[in-house]
Design a protein around this ligand. Structure first.
Ligand SMILES: Cc1ncc(COP(=O)(O)O)c(C=O)c1O
Length: 472
């Protein structure tokens, strides 16, 4: 029985949560180089947690019932607008929701004769593919420069058709942390009367501080002619607890096209600024408190240390035999590949040493690589990180590339996934040493090597089965 017959004491519940979290990656300390963003200042995260808790039970569903939500959102969205060239915005639960709203606004404000289309560089985040899938758009993906990994503005321009409603540029794109040429892309879009969204989910609350700390950052925000919307995640480099992002629109009419209202039922009237309807104001409180607790000075200082750590990391990686950093990122994201070392094995070796380095599969001619998101806490441990990378690279070289059982890739490629239930899929995964529902430190090199050998649509089908097997 999952539900106890009798209610349990709070202390007991907290002890059980602590036990459940034992195998989790640590969210503080800088040894996890993706997913989590640590300032290295516990008092800031404490302030955010307390504010989150204060706002926890407030429902943002009805802003007339809870005016605190309106005031807090005005302040948070206003701070982002001040930093990113103005505009009018919405507080959302994350980058994906911000992007979903930007795509909906584009679709609904630019009716076209055919199926609405969106032009994306291949490095754009999958949130755009998700938005296209949910909102019924078609995607025209264009290649990026194979050396710089930046979108090619001419290729974007050439892909625009009469049915294109949105063109996308990233600042920066996640895989290599490099900025697309926002100015030329936005200009090309504007010349065709098409909207242009800048995905600054990672960079929106990072690049302005890096610029102030001395980095060369080209213009990328709403001040660039032709940019009509921009997304900026506060739960990334804003260091807020998860559930915090802002989407800004250059034109209030475009923001209205993101909204949804319904009076088509006999119940309460529904007005939604976001995809979600009822939702906790906790993340808004957490974001508000984080901005207030750090202030301009705090973010600038974090920008300085982040910049220093990213530079040291890139320099250190270049000095490790066999590894090469990819591109020249303006941001503090660092990706590196290798010609002689299996990076998936390297990642597993780092995990054994207590560090999580994020593996990325090869795609569109870009090799498999390791991705590191440098945050405020990284600088203090950057030498230790470099040592782990060097040791893990040496161990991976020694072990050699992952050896897949003969015929495994062909077997997975040809599997009739519909004919397998979750238990059978789990059994298949277990036969190659992977336990989808298991805890602890999984060896992922085999899984990554198999995925890497498959085309993207097959990867996606397998991943969906993997997720289903995890929750079986
Ligand atoms: C560039 C970019 N856009 C969008 C997203 C999606 O953000 P979220 O995971 O908050 O939905 C991410 C996440 O890493 C990202 O890196």
């Amino acid at each position: 029985m999952n539900l106890p017959d009798k209610g349990r004491e709070t202390g007991e519940l907290l002890a059980e949560i602590a036990r459940l979290k034992e195998a989790d990656l640590p969210v503080r300390g800088g040894k996890v180089t993706a997913y989590v963003y640590d300032t290295g200042r516990p008092e800031v995260h404490e302030a955010a947690a307390r504010a989150y808790f204060e706002m926890l039970e407030v429902n943002t569903l009805d802003p007339t019932a809870f005016p605190s939500v309106v005031e807090m959102e005005r302040q948070v969205v206003g701070a982002v607008a001040d930093l990113l060239g103005g505009g009018t915005g919405i507080f959302t639960s994350g980058g994906t929701e911000s992007i979903m709203l930007a795509v909906k606004a584009a679709r609904d404000s630019r009716p076209v004769a055919g199926r609405p289309r969106m032009v994306l560089p291949v490095t754009a985040h999958p949130a755009f593919h998700k938005a296209a899938h949910y909102l019924g758009l078609a995607v025209d993906a264009v290649p990026v420069d194979p050396v710089t990994f930046r979108a090619d503005a001419a290729a974007v321009e050439a892909a625009i058709t009469d049915d294109t409603v949105l063109v996308v540029a990233s600042a920066p794109s996640y895989p290599q942390g490099v900025m697309d040429p926002v100015g030329p892309i936005a200009r090309a879009a504007a010349a065709r009367g098409v909207l242009c969204h800048v995905d600054a989910c990672v960079g929106g609350w990072l690049l302005p501080w890096l610029r102030e700390a001395g980095a060369e950052i080209p213009p990328f925000d709403l001040s660039v002619p032709g940019v009509t919307s921009i997304s900026c995640d506060l739960h990334k480099f804003g260091y807020s607890p998860k559930g915090a992002s802002v989407v800004l629109f250059a034109d209030p009419a475009l923001r209205r096209a993101a909204y949804f209202a319904s009076a088509s039922w006999p119940g309460y009237t529904v007005i939604n600024a976001t995809v979600q309807s009822s939702k906790s104001a906790g993340p808004l409180g957490g974001a508000w408190a984080t901005l207030q607790a750090l202030g301009r000075e705090g973010y600038l200082e974090l920008g300085r240390t982040t910049l220093a750590a990213a530079r040291r990391l890139r320099e250190g990686i270049a000095a490790i035999g066999g590894l090469r950093a990819l591109g020249e990122p303006e941001s503090s994201l660092v990706a590196f590949a290798s010609d002689g070392i299996d990076v998936f094995v390297l990642s597993d070796e780092a995990r054994r040493r207590g560090w999580f380095l994020q593996p990325q599969l090869s795609y569109a001619g870009i090799p498999a690589n390791i991705h590191i998101t440098v945050t405020g806490v990284t600088l203090g441990g950057v030498e230790a990180m470099l040592e782990v990378i060097a040791e893990s690279a040496a161990a991976a070289r020694e072990r050699g590339p992952v050896k897949l059982p003969e015929g495994l890739v062909e077997l997975v490629a040809g599997l009739d996934l519909e004919a397998l239930d979750d238990a059978a899929f789990g059994g298949l995964a277990a036969s190659v040493g992977v336990d989808p529902g298991g805890s602890g430190q999984p060896e992922m090199a085999v899984v990554n090597a198999v995925l890497d050998a498959l085309p993207a649509d097959r990867r996606e089908a397998v991943l969906i089965r993997f997720l289903s097997a995890i929750y079986a």
